[in-house]
Ligand binder design. Structure first.
Ligand SMILES: [Zn+2]
Length: 405
């Protein structure tokens, strides 16, 4: 094998220069910078003899066909869009690893075709809805989503047209029928693997999420003249609840709960807060555990509010079920990591990924690479070249094993 982790990191760094901003890496759904990414990766794919197409959702697709063409196909990929001021590896590394696996295996006869996909959209930055690229593969990039508009009033359908594609052809962007598995490599974007001192991890499930907007309401009043026992302080009530959410989450294995935004009114140093609005984000691999925990958190908020003579309300803004990765492919991924000498822990992904969309239709597996410092969604995001070497080797083992089944 000639291509190595350092080459792949160099490719990710090159792709990071294709940006809609001059000062950082920002690449949202089908802005012109995505043409440069497609050209860069498409040239590499074509040099390996792959057939390169861009589907109507703007996904880059490169097909490596065995001769004669196999009746079975493995899809490998991740996303090519980024958050604003992003790092070079989130998403892109999974696509680059897919092409590198083809490069390493192209001269070996495998009874399996490999399609590498670079999804056009996963982060949800431009239209506020994530996974536009992978949703197209399972026929869920529907008219409602195509009609969404960005801050300039440009719809998804119009963005597709401006990129030189035809949204009326969106049905052609689905998973191709011989596809029997999906493999996604992704940086962990968290500190767990680094903490365990392991280069790779295998994802068994992507956590479900509950999101709420809450409001504590009391009475705004003079901070100097209102005695403590006659106050209805919304911020003190919210604060008590926020620490109780943290304490409850610490007591449930695998649960993460976050109140990250709190806005009080009227924001004056000499006025007791009358209203506080907060966020709540709760995630767990088990939907039952998550929903039960959320119920308890909201009950706790009501009790705190009652005791403090406040009112409390909570509006659900997201209830997303957890998604299991395929049991067989997950064990195959662990064995493939083990072949490289790496015992990969089984993990839950707290973040959403394209695999959670594709898994709804195709058996899917995900391999995480350690994120130094746990950093992601920032320019400091990085990856170790030795870990990329191992990921590539594991991917090659995975494809060889998979092709024998
Ligand atoms: Zn990502």
């Amino acid at each position: 094998m000639t291509i190595c982790g350092r080459d792949l990191i160099a490719k990710c760094d090159s792709i990071a220069k294709f940006s809609e901003s001059s000062s950082d890496t920002t690449r949202t759904f089908l802005r012109p910078a995505m043409h440069q990414v497609h050209d860069f990766l498409g040239d590499w794919m074509r040099s390996l003899g792959m057939q390169v197409t861009i589907d109507a959702a703007g996904n880059l697709r490169g097909l490596h066909q065995t001769a004669p063409a196999s009746a079975r196909r493995l899809l490998i990929g991740s996303h090519l869009d980024t958050v604003p001021a992003a790092g070079a590896f989130d998403g892109v590394l999974g696509v680059v690893l897919g092409v590198a696996i083809v490069e390493a295996l192209k001269d070996i006869h495998l009874p399996l075709d490999i399609e590498v996909i670079g999804f056009s959209e996963e982060e949800g930055v431009r239209f506020g809805v994530p996974f536009l690229g992978s949703l197209a593969l399972i026929r869920k990039l529907d008219q409602t989503l195509l009609a969404l508009s960005d801050r300039q009033g440009i719809s998804v359908a119009e963005a597709i047209r401006q990129f030189g594609l035809d949204s009326n052809q969106i049905n052609g962007a689905t998973v191709h029928p011989p596809t029997i598995g999906y493999l996604e490599f992704h940086i962990e974007q968290g500190p767990v693997l680094e903490h365990l001192n392991r280069p790779l991890g295998v994802v068994e499930a992507i956590a479900g999420q509950s999101r709420y907007r809450t409001e504590f309401a009391g009475a705004a009043n003079h901070a100097g003249t209102t005695p403590m026992h006659l106050r209805r302080d919304a911020l003190a009530g919210a604060a008590e609840w926020i620490t109780s959410v943290e304490a409850q989450a610490r007591g449930i294995g695998g649960l993460v709960a976050t109140v990250s935004a709190a806005h009080s009114e009227p924001q004056a140093g000499n006025v007791i807060a009358g209203v506080v609005r907060t966020s709540l984000d709760v995630r767990h691999a088990s939907d039952e555990v998550r929903r039960h925990a959320v119920d308890e958190m909201l009950q706790q908020a009501s009790q705190i509010a009652n005791r403090r003579k406040l009112s409390f309300k909570a509006d659900l803004s997201l209830d997303q079920s957890s998604v299991m990765m395929d049991l067989f492919l997950t064990s195959l991924a662990r064995r493939a990591c083990l072949e490289t000498g790496c015992e990969a822990p089984v993990m839950i992904s707290g973040a959403g990924h394209d695999a959670m969309i594709i898994a709804q239709e195709i058996p899917s597996a995900m391999i995480f690479l350690r994120s130094p410092g746990g950093l992601s969604h920032c320019p400091e995001e990085s990856v170790l070249s030795g870990d990329v070497d191992l990921a590539l080797a594991a991917g090659i083992h995975f494809v060889r094993e998979f092709s024998n089944h």
